[in-house]
Design a protein around this ligand. Structure first.
Ligand code: ASP
Length: 280
């Protein structure tokens, strides 16, 4: 059983040492809680649980910590994919729910599995998700000062469970200051993809991640027999050729864990009963 989570990017230039330490501590604590949960739950349930904990932490740009868009509104996107069934479900630009990842998970039961905007919110309300204002004062201050939140902060989780099943979930508040209606990579197969061979969650500039089809390419390459390291290398080479800004985390069916970023530093932690690695 293995878990890797990410909390987007950290930039030394616009975030303090305290924020860095807080993110390291938070990632370690969440990855441990998720591993405990995994003891009695599937990879699919665990990725949703882990991402909900990340959404509930103001440190990250997802759920409660989501950034504000150019018109002053918070819109969130999240997706979940079960590697075993190869089904993905998600919400795009949903407003006023606490945990977009749980709405995404609920949608797995439907034939129509990715909903956007008001349709996603209506579905959430009809399925017992309470109205919840995700705006925190800090984000409003940043917005009013027209400052971008330091670094990108999307969250994601990849899990391999004891049955050997893989799953992935990703959740974001977007890039910050985007044109209303902009669609992030996080609820697309470029940002969040899994099958029975490999599962990948991305963070970074959604447009770059989509242009490079990042998560899908890595998973396809591993499926076709490439090692996870080589699949990352090739995919990040291609990302470099478009000067793409992205990071990704992954696990393959044999339990190999990998992560890479095109610009430092993606924040992440991996766990298999012990902390395997965290960002520095
Ligand atoms: N990928 C997200 C987006 O473009 C942003 C991020 O990862 O922080 O919406």
């Amino acid at each position: 059983m293995k878990i890797i989570i990410h909390g987007g990017f950290f930039s030394e230039s616009d975030q303090s040492h305290e924020v860095k330490t807080a993110k390291q501590e938070s990632l370690k604590s969440i990855v441990k809680k998720a591993f405990e949960f995994l003891q009695n739950n599937s990879a699919f349930d665990t990725v949703a649980f882990a991402v909900s904990l990340l959404e509930d932490d103001e440190l990250y740009n997802a759920g409660i910590g989501s950034q504000i868009q150019s018109d002053g509104v918070i819109r969130m996107s999240a997706a979940i994919m079960d590697g075993g069934t190869q089904k993905m479900s998600g919400v795009i630009n949903i407003q006023d729910v606490k945990n977009p990842v749980f709405v995404a998970k609920e949608l797995m039961k439907e034939d129509d599995r990715v909903l956007g905007g008001s349709g996603a919110k209506k579905y959430a309300s009809e399925h017992g998700f309470e109205n919840f204002s995700t705006e925190i004062p800090k984000r409003r201050e940043e917005y009013e000062l027209k400052l971008k939140n330091g670094g990108k902060g999307t969250v994601g989780c990849v899990v391999l469970d004891k049955q050997g099943k893989l799953a992935v979930a990703t959740s974001t508040g977007g890039k910050g200051f985007e044109i209303p209606g902009r669609i992030s990579d996080s609820a697309t197969v470029a940002g969040n993809y899994a099958n029975s061979f490999c599962a990948v969650s991305c963070t970074g500039v959604g447009e770059d991640i989509v242009s490079n089809a990042t998560a899908t390419k890595i998973v396809t390459r591993v499926t076709d027999g490439m090692s996870i390291e080589k699949a990352f290398d090739k995919t990040f080479e291609e990302l470099k050729s478009i000067d793409g800004f992205a990071g990704a985390i992954a696990i393959d069916k044999n339990g190999n864990i990998f992560h890479q970023d095109s610009y430092p530093t993606m924040v992440f932690a991996s766990f298999d009963g012990n902390i395997l690695e965290t960002f520095n």
